[in-house]
Design a protein around this ligand. Structure first.
Ligand code: SF4
Length: 300
């Protein structure tokens, strides 16, 4: 910007950098889902996804490079944690996704990519305020979802933000032992305490809390697991269970259960008065499971 005075340019150079995310790979599924692998300025890789459907266009962003929490079913948890993203990098993802969403519009934003958003609380909240601001992206708080593996202090803090953000909690098991095997974070923030915190969040914000349950063949998809789930959620009317048949991830030895088993699981919960949705798998042909693409390229 040679029209600026030289000493101002020098000062700007000292204090600021202008950067952007570089697209390292872009994949498009036959169902319209697009997955983008970004290269950051320090050469680290992160992923973001855009998921169009009839009624909405949802962007999914990462919040960390790698993840500390090592969930067994998650490709992101297998690579080691490197660093938090800054709010500017998160906004960089949103800007790119917004451009990709054209000629439609980015209507929903989910923090469900690589990383644990509540482990990078301050930067994530700065990004949320910008995404929510009418002078920036203007996406309503109810259309922004923060997905967590169950970081109790983070959920408690989020309750006090005065925003009606959608909270989505990765549950994946209704039994302490099995959940600790699948998600080591359960040893720090146990299931019972987590459910009580979720109940409080729903009361404080007057919002439903979504409990994500990935169905993995031979691990947590049998009728007995559905019964455990019903017991765990008795007395939690604002819970919504989102069942997700797992993607097949060869590297992690994970397979989805057959359709009849999935339907049996769902029907048992519905018959017992629980609020249940069954998510359709998206982007199965482009390694859409969290961290799969990054893992593949980081290994090269
Ligand atoms: S599911 Fe989330 S918290 Fe667990 S390892 Fe993957 S990115 Fe981390």
């Amino acid at each position: 910007m040679s029209d600026l005075p030289k000493d101002l340019r020098e000062k700007l150079k000292e204090k600021f950098i202008i950067t952007g995310l570089k697209v390292a790979k872009r994949l498009e599924s036959s169902d319209g889902t697009k997955k983008i692998l970004f290269r950051l300025q320090d050469a680290n890789l992160i992923e973001a996804v855009i998921i169009p459907s009839k009624e909405r266009v949802t962007g999914c962003v990462s919040t960390q490079v790698g993840c500390k929490f090592a969930c067994r079913f998650c490709a992101s948890g297998q690579g080691r944690f490197k660093r938090n993203l800054t709010f500017a990098e998160i906004i960089g993802e949103v800007l790119y996704l917004k451009k990709e969403a054209l000629p439609g519009k980015l209507t929903h934003l989910v923090f469900m990519g690589t990383g644990e958003p509540l482990d990078n609380y301050a930067e994530v909240m700065k990004a949320v305020r910008i995404i929510n601001s009418p002078s920036a992206f203007n996406i309503g708080a109810r259309r922004i979802t923060i997905s967590t593996s169950g970081i109790i202090p983070g959920i408690q803090k989020l309750s006090g933000e005065g925003l009606q953000i959608e909270l989505s909690v990765s549950l994946h098991a209704a039994d302490e032992k099995l959940r600790s095997e699948l998600m080591p974070v359960n040893k720090i923030y146990p299931l019972k305490e987590l459910i009580n915190t979720c109940k409080k969040y729903s009361l404080d914000t007057n919002r439903q809390v979504t409990l994500e349950y990935i169905l993995i063949k031979g691990v947590n998809s049998e009728l007995q697991h559905a019964q455990d789930l019903r017991k765990l959620l008795s007395g939690f009317p604002l819970a919504k269970i989102n069942l997700i048949p797992s993607n097949a991830i060869k590297e992690l030895n994970i397979e989805p259960p057959g359709r009849p088993e999935v339907l049996l699981f769902k029907e048992y919960l519905v018959k017992n008065g629980l609020n249940v949705t069954l998510r359709r798998e998206r982007g199965g042909d482009i390694e859409a499971a969290c961290g799969q693409l990054r893992l593949k390229y980081a290994e090269k």
